[in-house]
Design a protein around this ligand. Structure first.
Ligand SMILES: Nc1ncnc2c1ncn2[C@@H]1O[C@H](COP(=O)(O)OP(=O)(O)O)[C@@H](O)[C@H]1O
Ligand SMILES: [Mg+2]
Length: 259
């Protein structure tokens, strides 16, 4: 079964008003089970809107969204996905452990059970020693890892990420990219990942979906799937060819055009 099916979706904000915005027009997107798909496109092309539609944080104007075969609203209630955004969104007054426990509390897990699970998730992102710290005591990269641990705590089959590493320095970003891939591989999680970095999209993704602005539409779907995701992969022919293909698609010019 597909992790996500977005079918003929249009999203118009403020319909019928002077400030009406057609953020998405006629979008079709299918994300396979276990697939890692990145959404890339210019600022304002509707990447976050598409992600929020999948998360059922907003409703489509027309069309349908299903997650693991269920309407997006049902999937949200069943916590069928985890979300991580650019800002880690951690609660400052809760310790790291209690931040990760939050979705488990919402699920009604007993105290001991959710503590054990949260500790397991923190170990996964290499932060078990920081369980008792508060977010303000951690670096930006560590906060983002806590947010990922929290998103993964209920072991959702689907992870939705909106520029989660956007605010991080290049070294931290690359380390977290590798960690994320390892976690997804270990847990079989499907992922929809929004980024405006071509190199990040290519490195992470099985497939890069390119969007154009006004109104937001999908203009290309580029399979990547690097055979390995190590330092050598970032230097490989396959990598550079994929970066070029995505760049050309973003420019709206065909591959190997003269200009
Ligand atoms: N809640 C909203 N109300 C009105 N317009 C919105 C709202 N959210 C997004 N938009 C508009 O929809 C378009 C797409 O926005 P967004 O999905 O945030 O783009 P991206 O994430 O690709 O930068 C933009 O023109 C933006 O101004
Ligand atoms: Mg956005």
């Amino acid at each position: 079964m597909s992790a996500v099916v977005v079918s003929s979706v249009t999203k118009t904000f403020n319909p019928g008003r002077p400030d009406e915005v057609v953020a998405l027009s006629d979008v079709d997107l299918t994300v396979g089970d276990g697939e890692f798909v990145s959404l890339i496109g210019p600022s304002g092309c509707g990447k976050s809107t598409l992600l929020r539609l999948i998360a059922d944080l907003i409703a489509p104007t027309t069309g349908t969204v299903t997650v693991a075969g269920k309407p997006a609203g049902v999937a949200r209630k069943e916590q069928a996905y985890g979300i991580a955004f650019q800002q880690s969104g951690l609660f400052e007054w809760r310790t790291v452990l209690r931040n990760v426990e939050l979705p488990l509390e919402l699920r009604g897990l007993a105290k001991a059970e959710r503590k054990a699970k949260a500790e397991e998730m923190l170990a996964l992102v290499g932060l078990e020693e920081f369980a008792g710290h508060y977010p303000a005591q951690l670096s930006g990269g560590m906060q983002q890892r806590v947010a990922i641990a929290r998103a993964l705590a209920v072991q959702p089959p689907l992870l939705l990420m909106d520029e989660p590493f956007g605010a991080l320095d290049e070294m931290t970003r690359e380390r977290l990219q590798s960690e994320l891939l390892a976690i997804c591989a270990k847990t079989g999680t499907s992922t929809v990942f929004v980024t405006h970095s071509i190199s990040e999209a290519v490195f992470l993704s099985d497939r890069v979906v390119v969007m154009s602005a006004r109104p937001g539409r999908i203009t290309a779907s580029i399979p990547v799937g690097l055979p390995t995701r190590d330092e050598a992969a970032r230097q490989s022919e396959h990598y550079f060819e994929s970066v070029t293909a995505v760049r050309q698609a973003l420019r709206g010019t065909p591959l190997k055009s003269a200009s």
